[in-house]
Design a protein around this ligand. Sequence first.
Ligand SMILES: Nc1ncnc2c1ncn2[C@@H]1O[C@H](COP(=O)(O)OP(=O)(O)OP(=O)(O)O)[C@@H](O)[C@H]1O
Length: 402
Amino acid sequence: MGAEVVIEGLSKSFGKQAIWRDVTLTLPPGEVSVMLGPSGTGKSVFLKSMIGLLKPDHGRCMVNGVDIVTCSERKLYDTRKLFGVLFQDGALFGSMNLYDNVAFPLREHTKKSESEIKRIVLEKLEMTGLSGAETKLPGEISGGMRKRAGLARALVLDPEIILCDEPDSGLDPVRTAYLSQLLIDLNSQIDATILIVTHNINVARTVPDNLGMLFRKELVMFGPREVLLTSDEPVVEQFLNGRRIGPIGMSEEKDSAQMAREQAQADAGHHDGSGEDVRGIVPQIEPTPGMPERMGVRRRKDRVMKILHTLPPAAQEGIIESLSPEEQRHYGVRPHHLVGAGHQATQPLPTPGHGHQSGELPAQQVADLPDSGWREPGDGPTRPRPSGNSRMRPPDSGQGGS
Ligand SMILES: Nc1ncnc2c1ncn2[C@@H]1O[C@H](COP(=O)(O)OP(=O)(O)OP(=O)(O)O)[C@@H](O)[C@H]1O
């Protein structure tokens, strides 16, 4: 199983320019997460901070008990080996063929024999659909192949955590769909924790288990995908719909005068080219038939059901509807039966640093679940939940959004 990454109060600035402040989130082990954000909000800086290529000003980034921010160079070197990173441009060496590019980390960081290296390289090239392209130079292959070669190289040290910086950049929608499928298949095969940074709406809607968004130097939200996909927080809604109308402008922030001007234009009938409202939960990409079941999905169900009562009603509803009837019985939930579902799903989520965890609502906005009894699948009579309480237990960790 992949490693958990716990980030607490992480802040980064360059000189006087604050990039983001007080970012707190947990990447659950073996789950796939996506971090969204408009251009320039510091998504790449976030990834580089996670692997110690950049040093944050404050906060912690804990991986297997090691704080990347404050640990020694030696520990950092060792901990980095847990990460496989797919950089935006693939970061391949132009003068090396694909075989040597993919073999590079093995030759640099291990004492493996060339025959062992060959076995691993050919296996990873096959996993990424590049068998037969070993002798090609990066300049002789397409952008999609370069991405896959970058991914193959990221995999050779058997990473527990895979970071992907805009894996879709420069790819057409079809190649992006193939790459998305590849990431899910990889996750099913190696159960690694994956974080993808992107501004591709389709990737955000269909790939991850968890979604987050950086905006205005803050982590706006981070939590189960259903929370962001059903959110009507203006910045999230605008971003997921790719609309001009909303708080995000060309230079990230808009002033209220510009917002009012654009709204007036829209009210007067000006069409900005954006399509229908795409708010809502769409099916998540599943592993290709024949691939192993994703263990992260199974673990996530238990994890999310524990924090279900802290989520907005629309997200709760989506999560419950995604369960099979057997699972609904197992967790003691039923569609359209949220006590407190009269709360509006439109309440903005609290922002971090304001006394709540990201993705968690204040107690008075929390929907209570019906005490319909907790049963094992196939169990006969109803028996009480382990907690013996009509409310599900609060999150057992203090980590935002996990
Ligand atoms: N090494 C650096 N020194 C100074 N400023 C930097 C450095 N690296 C990044 N920045 C600044 O940090 C900000 C965030 O950059 P970053 O590349 O992380 O954004 P991003 O969200 O990944 O953008 P995009 O989606 O366009 O790739 C930018 O203003 C950038 O100029």
